[in-house]
Design a protein around this ligand. Structure first.
Ligand code: 5RP
Length: 237
């Protein structure tokens, strides 16, 4: 990640925190942009400019960070709704459909987004695409015994997939739920994301895929214009 990308991520993280109000139950996303948002939230709680916040994390990463910062947390199972969920994304198209799961956290991220009154997505401008899955592979979480079967079924749907391998550990990455991830690419990208989301989740052994359909309400896009960082606020029409 270069410095400009970090600047854009920081700008959207801070713009998202500016939307938080006292007393909110917040969904706390995962990944580098969400981590910047969680740090900014922690600083606001520490200085007292925000209060009575409860966070619901979407990953081990978020839980550890929020605990370090003293952000009060509740388990997902202890809440029935969330006021505002804030999370990053790997790709965003013009209809606000997303690919998420670059950090393999999309199962809990989708759960949290699904019960949020508002789902705010924070990205830098490199994440905006015309069509999903032309570049970024779609993450699919699978139970370990089923990964080869799921790989074959994904091929039947037209997708070439590979098991995501770990760095600094022999073998595949293991998700927070103890599963594996297949990253799949369709030859010309995904034409009908809602249909592909359903078809993939219908394969036995698949827990969840990273297509987020009709969940995002607002997208904050970090941009660099004439050397200045700015935040473009896109709302779903
Ligand atoms: C994790 C995610 C992240 O939100 C996504 O990968 C974007 O990450 P980053 O903000 O680091 O670019 O979906 O599962």
């Amino acid at each position: 990640m270069n410095d400009l990308q970090t600047e854009m991520k920081l700008a959207v993280a801070e713009a998202a925190v500016a939307q938080i109000q006292d007393g909110m139950v917040l969904g706390l996303g995962s990944g580098s942009t969400a981590a910047l948002m969680i740090k900014s939230l922690g600083a606001k709680l520490e200085e007292g400019s925000l209060k009575d916040i409860v966070g619901v994390t979407t990953s081990f990463q978020g839980e550890v960070l929020a605990n370090q910062l003293g952000i009060p947390l509740k388990a997902f199972s202890a809440v029935s709704r969330i006021d505002l969920a804030i999370d990053g994304a790997d790709e965003v198209d013009s209809a606000f459909q997303l690919i998420k799961g670059g950090g393999a956290c999309h199962v809990q991220e989708k759960l949290v987004a699904s019960i949020a009154d508002r789902f705010l997505v924070v990205v830098d401008s490199t994440k905006i695409v015309e069509k999903l899955n032309v570049v970024f592979k779609l993450p699919v979480e699978v139970i370990p015994t089923a990964w080869q079967l799921v790989k074959t079924k994904l091929k039947d749907l037209g997708g070439a997939s590979e098991l995501r391998m770990a760095k600094q550990k022999a073998g595949p990455i293991v998700t927070d739920q103890g599963n594996l991830v297949l990253d799949v690419i369709f030859e010309n990208g995904i034409d009908d994301p809602a249909n592909i989301e359903r078809q993939i989740n219908n394969i036995p052994g698949v827990l969840e895929n990273g297509l987020f359909i009709n969940l995002a309400d607002e997208v904050l896009v970090g941009e660099i214009e004439n050397g200045e960082t700015k935040v473009n606020q896109l709302k779903r029409i």
